[in-house]
Design a protein around this ligand. Structure first.
Ligand SMILES: Nc1ncnc2c1ncn2[C@@H]1O[C@H](COP(=O)(O)OP(=O)(O)OP(=O)(O)O)[C@@H](O)[C@H]1O
Length: 294
């Protein structure tokens, strides 16, 4: 069973001074997330945050159905199993890290006797042990982001929805978040997250969906996606009986005829290395409207 299933999600916003005009920002979005790391990518304004807000029940879609663990997303019982990190959360900087965790623990109803151990475990996870008594105003942006991420894990959610969890983080901060996400998956949890840092998405995700202009353009596993977008190969070969190696870059179309030519002329193949578009190239091609180019 899918952990999250989104079917035919549509959403329009009214725009203009008199709010007479309506703009469709989600045009029938469909996808499913199982126990995996699912990356949601697309350009600015594509509809990622709107989709996540609809999943969380913060906005009401015009139509469509959203189920989490098989139940409608509006069902209170599923909300307990979900952790959400918004894109731009409001945090008062005058409080300490611990006070922020206490506030969230109050919301989740976590008893006091359980808190110390829980906080320590989470602070260790996001590498913030020792700074919890400091005011958030003294934290860097990355530290605040890591604290907020730790707070979303307080109620031990089985499903995490993270809107731009790595935004504004340096490579070290990004790698801390990435390793926590990997660990959550190892623990059998599912993570659905959006990001603009495509290299991270490529490294971290099992599956990705590309959304452009409120429409899902493609959903696939990262490995199968990259293999579908192979542009050519680097061949390494040598004359039979000789040791010196030769290499040549060839296009996808040339592969078989070139291999045949080498065989005819007495060469042996040492290696065939595929060259693929990066996930970033693939995303750009969808944004420019040439997603089916290969
Ligand atoms: N409350 C709102 N009222 C009117 N339009 C809105 C509202 N919220 C979002 N939009 C519009 O909906 C579209 C999708 O926005 P959304 O925030 O979902 O995009 P996004 O993919 O998350 O973008 P980004 O990567 O910049 O965060 C945008 O054109 C945005 O201007």
């Amino acid at each position: 069973m899918a952990i999250l299933s989104v079917k035919n999600l549509q959403k329009s916003y009214k725009k203009g001074f008199l709010k007479k005009e309506s703009v469709k920002v989600l045009k029938g979005v469909n996808f499913e997330v199982s126990r995996e790391i699912f990356g949601f990518i697309g350009p600015n304004g594509a509809g990622k945050t709107t989709t996540m807000k609809a999943i969380m029940g913060f906005i009401f879609p015009d139509s469509g159905e959203i189920r989490i663990f098989g139940k409608l997303n509006t069902d209170v019982s599923v909300k307990r199993k979900v952790g959400f990190l918004p894109e731009r959360p409001y945090v008062p900087l005058s409080i300490t890290g611990k006070e922020y965790l206490d506030f969230c623990a109050d919301v989740y109803g976590i008893p006091y006797y359980k808190r110390r151990k829980k906080y320590l475990k989470l602070l260790e996870l996001v590498e913030l042990v020792g700074v919890e008594e400091r005011k958030l105003s003294s934290y860097s942006k990355g530290m605040v982001q890591r604290l907020l991420f730790a707070a979303t894990l307080l109620n031990e959610p089985e499903f995490l929805i993270l809107d731009e969890p790595m935004s504004g983080l340096d490579p070290v901060g990004r790698s801390v978040i990435a390793s926590v996400i990997r660990r959550l998956k190892e623990e059998g949890k599912a993570v659905f997250y959006s990001s603009h840092i495509i290299q991270d998405v490529e490294r971290l995700s099992d599956k990705v969906a590309i959304i452009v202009g409120g429409e899902i353009k493609l959903i696939d596993s990262v490995s199968s996606l990259i293999s579908k977008f192979i542009t050519g190969y680097t061949l390494v070969y040598r004359k039979v009986g000789e040791s010196s190696l030769l290499s040549k870059e060839i296009s996808r179309q040339e592969l078989w005829s070139f291999l045949e030519k080498l065989r005819r002329e007495g060469y042996e193949i040492v290696a065939v290395e595929p060259k693929s578009l990066s996930l970033e190239d693939i995303l750009v091609s969808f944004i420019k409207g040439s997603g089916g180019m290969i």
